[in-house]
Design a protein around this ligand. Structure first.
Ligand SMILES: CC/C=C\CC/C=C/CC(=O)SCCNC(=O)CCNC(=O)[C@H](O)C(C)(C)COP(=O)(O)OP(=O)(O)OC[C@H]1O[C@@H](n2cnc3c(N)ncnc32)[C@H](O)[C@@H]1OP(=O)(O)O
Length: 275
């Protein structure tokens, strides 16, 4: 269904096609063909099975609609995305955990290999899976200086899977990624800019959205086909492992997450979050 829609929040698009509205709001600017996808799952945009499924469905729809670019951002006050929903891992139902992990794999492949250019406007904290989503976009603009971003899995007593790690290596390089991953480092906006984890830092969400749009406008004069082929060649080494090893990756997660030591660490971490 198409209807005129004015996006509330900080984005000020008029003349937009409203694509969907639930935990995810998506609007397409009719003139530029740029979609703004806003995650809106209070309190922290944690990625559970249903939310991931919705994100993946939306990404596939935008691809079919042949949009010219996408901004991924958050509708929440101070969190871009808190990463994977830890309750999916704690005392899990194995069938649900398997579905959850498979949808995560598929969503990451859809985002990382999107046929259109993508920008993450990181308008809040972005730990773990939130950082993965941001790193999977083609450009990152972060609102500073008070938010943090990074792959903090070791701090939870868990391990970032190979494809999370490879995504970080592709952005900041092997050495910096190794130190960052082993220490579970959360970077401030300034540190993230210095290390190359983000491309730009802006003082407020409005200017960050403008910057993101400016980046996407670069592609007005670039053939979508040339863009996609170039991105595929550049990203193929990072995605190929997961494409070839989806079942192996899933089996490992199922085993790892059901081990008593990991469950104990997760329980303690969840408790500390509640405090
Ligand atoms: C082989 C490998 C196998 C598996 C690999 C698994 C990989 C996992 C990658 C991940 O993404 S794990 C998730 C890691 N995420 C985090 O560590 C983030 C934790 N959260 C925070 O640091 C903070 O919540 C925040 C900075 C994002 C926001 O802070 P604030 O605005 O102060 O909110 P609260 O901390 O008060 O949280 C509100 C509410 O939300 C709950 N919550 C927060 N994060 C999560 C989460 N990721 N999953 C589930 N629930 C979360 C928190 O417990 C609070 O709940 P209440 O019931 O107390 O309201």
């Amino acid at each position: 269904m198409l209807r005129r829609y004015i996006l509330l929040n900080t984005n000020k698009f008029v003349n937009c096609r409203h694509v969907s509205q639930s935990m995810l709001q998506s609007t397409v600017d009719e003139k530029s063909g740029i979609a703004t996808v806003t995650m809106n799952k209070p309190p922290v945009n944690s990625l559970n099975l249903e939310f991931l499924d919705e994100i993946n469905t939306q990404l596939n729809k935008l691809q079919k609609d042949k949009i010219r670019g996408m901004i991924l951002t958050s509708g929440l006050q101070k969190v871009f995305c808190a990463g994977l929903d830890i309750t999916e891992f704690y005392n899990p139902n194995p069938d649900r955990l398997a579905k959850f992990w498979t949808v995560l794999q598929d969503t990451w492949l859809s985002l990382y290999m999107a046929s259109f250019p993508t920008v993450a406007v990181i308008n809040g904290h972005s730990p773990a899976g939130g950082c993965l989503f941001a790193m999977s976009c083609d450009y990152r603009v972060m609102v500073g200086p008070k938010y943090t971003i990074g792959l903090n899995e070791t701090k939870l007593g868990i391990v970032a899977p190979k494809w999370f790690q490879d995504t970080m290596v592709a952005v900041i390089g092997q050495r910096k990624a190794e130190v960052s991953l082993t220490t579970g480092k959360m970077y401030t906006t300034d540190e993230a800019l210095q290390v190359g984890l983000i491309d730009e830092s802006l003082p407020d969400a409005d200017s960050a959205l403008k910057k993101g749009t400016q980046f996407l406008n670069n592609f007005q004069r670039i053939s979508p086909w040339a863009f996609k082929m170039t991105k595929d060649i550049s990203r193929q080494p990072t995605v190929q492992w997961l494409i070839d090893n989806k079942q192996k990756d899933l089996d490992f997660v199922l085993k790892f997450m059901q081990s008593p030591d990991v469950q104990k660490s997760l329980g303690l971490y969840l408790q500390s979050l509640k405090k």
